[in-house]
Design a protein around this ligand. Structure first.
Ligand SMILES: Nc1nc2c(ncn2[C@@H]2O[C@H](COP(=O)(O)OP(=O)(O)O)[C@@H](O)[C@H]2O)c(=O)[nH]1
Ligand SMILES: [Mg+2]
Length: 280
């Protein structure tokens, strides 16, 4: 089969797969649609301070050249000391609830959140630390393969901020530091006065800069910044995934553009050549 025919066939299979996968999943909620890059919380400690999504990413989305990103589920792990507010933060975003009664998380807990970013479906799997605070030895499987790590501390407890470096070290043992996005999040903002908050914020920004993490301050009780924060996590993780996909496809040579076989995992491999009209 000629290469271009194979490309067409692969695109056809991919779109059939996309339709069948999407038809078994519930539709993306209206309030999970992201069309613009949300702003960072503090320019002093941001993963980047661009006003919008990367131009290459925007073009790739418009031209539907996002490869496997639309099928991907990105793993996000949430770590930090016991009782800093990890579960409440996740529950506020995913279920829009806040439970005042403390219940230690037991077993492995994760929530799926589906977004649509620049018209492309994108899912995050949010892994809540489930007792690993005390049983660190079982944490390696939990940490492995994360695209983003959220390190949580309590804005009213400076010790929990100091412990974030250890949490980072543990999480990075199982991950590639060059490809993981880091977020440092202070919770319980509603409990600190503005004077107290300013003091801890200075330290937190320093820690975030050292870690190369993006800093946020939130309250699961009032909901302040919770949605903004998770939208930023979803957007930056999406942007990084599309950039990685583009890099992968540009490093492929024309000769190995598409190999259709049972073992081919990436059916979305595309060539840089112009597509014939049958593919459009
Ligand atoms: N005031 C206030 N309390 C919070 C907030 N987030 C969590 N808490 C309280 O902190 C305690 C621990 O929260 P939880 O999310 O279970 O902590 P985890 O162990 O880190 O998962 C609970 O009693 C929550 O009610 C917040 O934003 N504001
Ligand atoms: Mg918990």
């Amino acid at each position: 089969m000629a290469v271009m025919e194979q490309v067409c066939k692969a695109r056809e299979i991919t779109s059939v797969l996309r339709v069948s996968i999407m038809s078994v999943l519930p539709p993306v909620r209206n309030d999970r649609i992201i069309s613009q890059l949300p702003k960072c919380f503090s320019k002093g400690a941001a993963l980047h301070t661009e006003n919008g999504f990367n131009t290459k990413v925007k073009t790739a989305c418009q031209e539907q050249r996002t490869g496997t990103v639309g099928f991907k589920i990105s793993k996000v792990i949430v770590v930090g000391d016991l009782a800093v507010g990890k579960t409440c933060l996740i529950n506020r975003f995913c279920k829009d609830v806040f439970d005042k009664n403390y219940k230690a998380t037991i077993g492995v807990d994760f929530e799926m959140e589906r977004f649509e970013v620049l018209g492309v479906p994108f899912s995050l799997q949010l892994w809540d630390t489930a007792g690993q605070e005390r049983f660190k030895c079982i944490a390696s499987t939990y940490y492995r393969g994360a695209q983003a790590v959220i390190i949580v501390f309590d804005l009213t407890d400076v010790a929990s901020l100091q412990h974030t470096r250890q949490w980072l070290e543990d999480a990075m043992k199982e991950n590639d530091p060059t490809s993981v996005l880091l977020f440092l999040v202070g919770t319980k903002k509603d409990l600190s006065s503005s004077a107290q908050y300013s003091l801890i914020e200075q330290d937190a920004i320093k820690v975030a800069q050292e870690m190369k993490a993006e800093y946020w301050a939130v309250s699961a009780l009032s909901g302040e910044n919770v949605r903004e924060f998770f939208f930023r996590v979803a957007s930056l993780t999406f942007e990084a995934s599309v950039l990685a996909e583009l890099e992968k496809s540009s490093s492929r040579s024309i000769g190995d553009v598409v190999k259709i076989s049972n073992t081919t995992s990436n059916l979305y491999a595309t060539s840089k050549k112009k597509q014939p009209s049958c593919c459009q």
